[in-house]
Design a binder for this molecule. Structure first.
Ligand code: GLV
Ligand code: MG
Length: 316
């Protein structure tokens, strides 16, 4: 079962106050940031703050992630060594930003393996979240998704991505000014989604920076959810409920999916007449409907939803 990641809360690793607050918020994942939300001069102390925060616990069921700096900086190896030696037992994944090649993922995998062996941790338990933030990374995304069995998710980093391809937009995730044909982000989102689905890893949408505009967040998150994304970053407590709702099915879709599963099981059985294509109300359902229903029912069950409307087989 993949970890829930409907809402992935970004928390600057240098802010004890925000780290403490994060423990109380209903985000599926919390990632403590050593990269862009942490000033260069604050990074050495932030590593220590993060190690202490992970070891102190109090994270409940939340997925615990640390974003290290990317391999083109001088900080990555110390981020990894200090955080994983210090708190590897209390850490689920490392997030690697600005990934451009499969080799960068493999380098992190090798380093993690050495630390796990040295520390006596289970080898391979700590996962990798790979962030795609420039054209090179997108072109290489299939190789990145398969670079290591540790890769659990591919994340779109829209802010860095827009900067790297010279995209002209003032609001991350919204249409650039003057652009009115289709959706400027569609290709990027779909490219990442295909790599993720082809390789059984999750696809996560990145941040929406207008943190007071919850409707804008819902709009942009809704697009990613409609395509099939598993979750989105949240930068502010106000975005968390919206993300959890957008990436969970609504009640009627959930009920309908469970009903399709029950009805299809009945109609394909001996008692139901061994039928492969049948009408459920006004809708024709077959094996492909069952697969679509399984996705929605799976998301609903993972979110702890319960049925409010139950289909019953026809009586003879
Ligand atoms: C996130 O890291 C982004 O660049 O959007
Ligand atoms: Mg970024």
């Amino acid at each position: 079962m993949p970890r829930p990641r409907r809402s992935c809360l970004a928390v600057p690793g240098s802010s004890q106050k925000m780290i403490d607050k994060a423990r109380t918020l209903p985000a599926d994942q919390v990632f403590l940031d050593l990269e862009d939300a942490c000033a260069p001069l604050a990074k050495p102390d932030a590593r220590k703050t993060i190690v202490a925060a992970l070891n102190e616990g109090g994270w409940g069921e939340r997925t615990r992630v640390v974003r290290v700096n990317d391999w083109t900086t001088e900080w990555t190896y110390r981020d990894v060594v200090e955080v994983v030696e210090g708190a590897g037992a209390n850490l689920d994944c490392l997030m690697l930003p600005k990934v451009q090649t499969a080799q960068q993922v493999q380098a992190l995998d090798l380093l993690l393996t050495q630390i796990e062996k040295t520390m006596g941790y289970e080898v391979g338990r700590i996962g990798i979240e790979a962030q795609i933030e420039n054209a090179r990374g997108l072109v290489e995304v299939d190789a990145i998704a398969t670079a290591s069995p540790r890769v659990e998710t591919i994340i779109f980093g829209p802010a860095d991505f827009m900067a790297s391809i010279n995209m002209k937009s003032l609001v991350v995730g919204e249409q650039p000014p003057g652009y009115d044909v289709g959706d400027a982000y569609h290709y990027i989102l779909m490219r990442i989604l295909m790599a993720a689905r082809a390789n059984d890893v999750q696809a996560i949408d990145g941040p929406y920076l207008q943190i007071r505009d919850v409707d804008g967040f819902r709009r942009v998150a809704g697009r990613a959810a409609a395509l099939g994304y598993d979750g989105k970053w949240v930068l502010h407590p106000g975005q968390i409920d919206a993300a959890n709702a957008v990436f969970s099915p609504d009640q009627s879709d959930y009920d309908h999916a469970e009903n399709i599963l029950d009805a299809y099981e009945f109609f394909t059985s001996d008692r139901g007449g061994q039928r492969g294509a049948v009408m459920l109300g006004d809708e024709m359902i077959d094996e492909a409907s069952r697969k679509m229903a399984l996705v929605i029912a799976g998301k609903g069950r993972a979110a702890g939803m319960t049925r409010t409307d139950k289909w019953t087989p026809p009586t003879e």
